[in-house]
Design a protein around this ligand. Structure first.
Ligand code: SAM
Ligand code: SF4
Length: 335
């Protein structure tokens, strides 16, 4: 079977599919969800494993996608998750014969019970989110007192053989920006890679403001004031990567707000209820679930994907007067 590049009107080739497999979550992080009153997508509207597998297969067989990331909401709250991973791990590129690089982003709280099963099922890479190493502060940020479970989850992922493990840290001014060096020390001691993410205007509480963003440059200079560091190549990863001169690991920064990487964006996103989005900040969505449930052929689905990608915009406008916040918050899109 012949594949072709899925190219947008700015010449960017789409290669990476981010799949939200649930909008539900066992945490209520203040930069993502409201404390109470979150309205969940009714279960019958959430894509089934068969539907997720079908869209993934169409992307791989027609456009040679090389990677997918499972996210949410919290992906580990979806029942039978290892089964889904096992199914996705069987999809191969008709060109290279290779299987997909399957990654997952998780809050880690229930990872201990399934890390081995996920590894066995074919999950390749894992990012675990943790925004504070202080128990009280962690509880305030996530609105759950479960730092110990997340740390256990990180250990379980190591024991299951995931490497490297990345630790996603959303840095917020006046909330946890005094812990940057603590995370660096944690990363070096535990052989995991911290990735500092700029706070984005995707919080359900609509509390974001630019003064709460800690710029990646500031994060790098804080770390550089303590350690000798050097920039390293980052392939298509949105993170700018840095290594320690003493070779004890690395860290990354994700400068979505202050230095957007839209020009090299190679991803599209699928929400839990099957809406295709070409950007985290998209206003438009393309309804793949209705298409699949009304008997569309693979060619019909391809046409929708190609139309969506053809309309992908040059980049988000955070900080500009034309910026419109998407109506969905992060957990409803899939980060
Ligand atoms: N529940 C999983 C987790 O927390 O890792 C996966 C979904 S979560 C939406 C994916 C990533 O988005 C997490 O690393 C989280 O910290 C990040 N995130 C959520 N809201 C954000 C925001 N407003 N700005 C920046 N990052 C955010
Ligand atoms: Fe849940 Fe992840 Fe959002 Fe936190 S960031 S509320 S863990 S989906």
């Amino acid at each position: 079977m012949q594949t072709r590049d899925l190219t947008d009107s700015f010449g960017r080739v789409v290669k990476d599919l981010r799949i939200s497999i649930t909008d539900r979550c066992n945490f209520r992080c203040l930069y993502c969800m409201p404390a109470e009153g979150m309205k969940w997508v009714p279960r019958e509207e959430v894509l089934t494993f068969e539907e997720i597998e079908r869209i993934t297969r169409i992307c791989v067989e027609n456009y040679d996608f090389t990677g997918i990331r499972l996210t949410g909401g919290e992906p580990t709250v979806r029942a039978q998750l290892p089964l889904l991973v096992e199914r996705l791990a069987k999809i191969t590129s008709p060109v290279t014969g290779k299987t997909l690089d399957i990654a997952m982003t998780t809050n880690g709280a229930t990872l201990a019970s399934m890390a081995f099963d996920l590894k066995k099922a074919g999950l390749n890479r894992i990012n675990i989110s943790c925004d504070s190493l202080q128990r009280d502060r962690f509880a305030k940020i996530t609105r759950r007192d479960q730092l110990d479970k997340v740390l256990t989850g990180i250990n379980a992922a190591k024991e299951a053989g995931f490497a490297p493990i990345k630790i996603n840290v959303v840095v917020m001014r006046g909330v946890n920006d005094d812990e940057i060096l603590d995370f660096i020390e944690f990363g070096r001691a535990n052989k995991v890679t911290p990735r500092f993410i700029e706070f984005m205007p995707l919080d359900a509480d609509d509390d974001w403001s630019s003064d709460k963003v800690v710029a990646s440059d500031e994060i790098i200079s804080t770390i550089g004031s303590r350690y000798a560091i050097k920039s390293i190549a980052n392939n298509s990863d949105p993170a700018s990567r840095y290594a320690f001169a003493d070779q004890k690991g690395e860290f990354g920064v994700i400068p979505t707000v202050t230095k957007p990487f839209c020009g090299s964006c190679d991803r599209i996103r699928l929400t839990a209820e099957g809406q295709l989005r070409t950007c985290l900040f998209s206003i438009d969505e393309f309804d793949l679930r209705s298409a699949m449930r009304s008997g569309s052929t693979d060619n019909d689905i391809k046409a929708i994907i190609e139309r969506a990608v053809g309309l992908k915009w040059a980049g988000h406008q955070i900080g500009n007067v034309n910026f419109h916040r998407p109506s969905r918050s992060m957990s409803q899109i899939g980060g």
